[in-house]
Design a protein around this ligand. Structure first.
Ligand code: NAD
Length: 389
């Protein structure tokens, strides 16, 4: 089949198997060129198929030689429908890992459910004995609770309406958006989905079953961002969930002897999740331009390499104990330049002040399109298996 991108709003409904494989291959190549790290050897990654979770898995496997168990929620191909990008990424990851003699298995199912947790625990007990690290990198729009109730997360403010600039990426125009306040129920639901409850459930279950190695480390990812995005990120409904995630890191460290839990605050990047947040895509487009000009721009793999090779081993944390991979994003000169551009940006100077092409490049590449060296006119097999599934 010849696979073409079908973009609907902030999602692409197709994915290219060869392009996704190339994307994973490049990330592996990046890691292989760096000095190997003596990191953890047995790792569980929850949310392992795209974005920061995939990059964590690649870094830990190919830099520290870790055996990895991944948990993801992805769609295999069916008929003329391609698989999701995360499916193809995982197929490629396992192919490369197995070729290198690295253990890699993946569970495709709902990480929030007890069944998937039990399944993962059984695989760990059987194949790995214990895990030294648990990376929790879920980004989900909704969660089904144990009693079957479905709750959704929302991207809203928690105070008043917030109006600011936005970008219509397709039309390449500056627009305006008003983000409305979440109700108390919506905030509580967002915390249920994106807060720390499920992370702690994972750690509790693994701990009860004796599957966490002594001195195990667990990490979850967060974002803080500059003031410009605070009303709808840090101070918004998602920010409440992230604060809950942070409090959970403290609870885990206190309640599970021998386990150290950390939050890594990562850089704003184009991923399937961040593309859905109002205001943030314009911020990211401007940030990309500023950071590329300064030579400090990073993608997921560069960020995750810096996390596991430098920040975590040195335990370089801020005053709240968080690892700050957003350090280069938050440098004052970067933020001043972003704010200046933000205030000045119009339809006319958009191409100059924001890296819209860079945004689209990342966006398409997430789904395996627009990768150099891939023949998009070729007929490709879309029904690609993930070896361990
Ligand atoms: P992503 O959408 O690329 O990845 C989400 C992962 O979660 C995928 O592997 C997906 O399969 C998995 N997943 C979703 N629902 C699931 C479910 N029910 N069961 C099992 N797996 C499920 O997202 P991302 O941007 O890499 O985000 C990962 C984390 O990093 C989030 O906590 C996010 O807030 C944080 N973060 C993101 C950014 C950013 O700019 N993208 C910045 C800082 C922090």
């Amino acid at each position: 089949m010849i696979v073409e991108p079908k973009v609907r709003g902030f999602i692409c409904t197709t994915a290219h198997p060869v392009g996704c494989r190339e994307n994973v291959r490049r990330q592996i190549e990046y890691v292989r060129k760096k000095a190997r790290t003596g990191g953890p050897k047995r790792v569980l990654v929850v949310g392992s198929s795209t974005g920061y979770g995939l990059a964590s898995r690649i870094e830990l496997a190919f830099s520290s030689g870790a055996a990895t168990l991944g948990v993801m929620f992805e769609r295999p191909a069916s008929g003329k429908r391609t698989a999701s990008a995360g499916w193809y990424n995982t197929a490629a990851f396992e192919e490369f890992a197995h070729a290198d003699g690295l253990y890699a298995k993946t569970i495709n199912g709902d990480a929030f459910s007890r069944e998937v947790k039990e399944q993962a625990a059984a695989v760990i007990a059987e194949d790995m004995g214990q895990v030294d690290m648990v990376v929790y990198s879920l980004a989900a729009p909704r969660r089904t609770l144990a009693d079957g109730t479905k709750v959704s997360s929302v991207l809203k403010t928690t105070g008043e309406d917030y109006t600011n600039k936005n970008i219509d990426l397709a039309a390449r125009k500056i627009t305006e958006v008003t983000v409305t306040p979440a109700t108390e129920q919506e905030i509580a639901d967002t915390v249920k989905v994106m807060g720390g409850e499920d992370w702690k459930d994972w750690i509790s279950l693994l701990s009860e079953k004796g599957l966490l190695a002594p001195d195990a480390v667990t990490l979850a990812y967060s974002y803080l961002g500059p003031e410009l995005t605070h009303p709808m990120y840090m101070d918004g409904s998602i920010g409440r969930a992230k604060e809950h995630l942070f409090q959970t890191s403290r609870e885990i460290t206190q309640e599970f002897p021998g386990v150290a839990a950390y939050i890594s605050v990562n850089k704003a990047l184009v991923t399937q999740s961040s593309a859905a947040i109002p205001i943030v895509p314009l911020y990211i487009s401007i940030l990309y331009r500023v950071m590329k000009e300064k030579g400090t721009h990073e993608g997921c793999i560069e960020q995750m390499h810096r996390l596991f090779a430098e920040k975590l081993p040195a335990l370089q944390t801020d005053e709240r104990g968080m690892l700050r991979l957003d350090d280069w994003e938050m440098e004052p000169d970067v933020q001043e330049a972003v704010l200046r551009a933000w205030n000045e940006i119009t339809d006319e100077n958009l191409g100059e002040l924001a890296d819209v092409d860079g945004y689209w490049e990342d966006f398409y590449q997430m789904f395996g399109f627009r990768m150099d060296g891939v023949d998009y006119a070729a007929d490709v097999e879309v029904n690609v298996p993930v070896e361990s599934i």
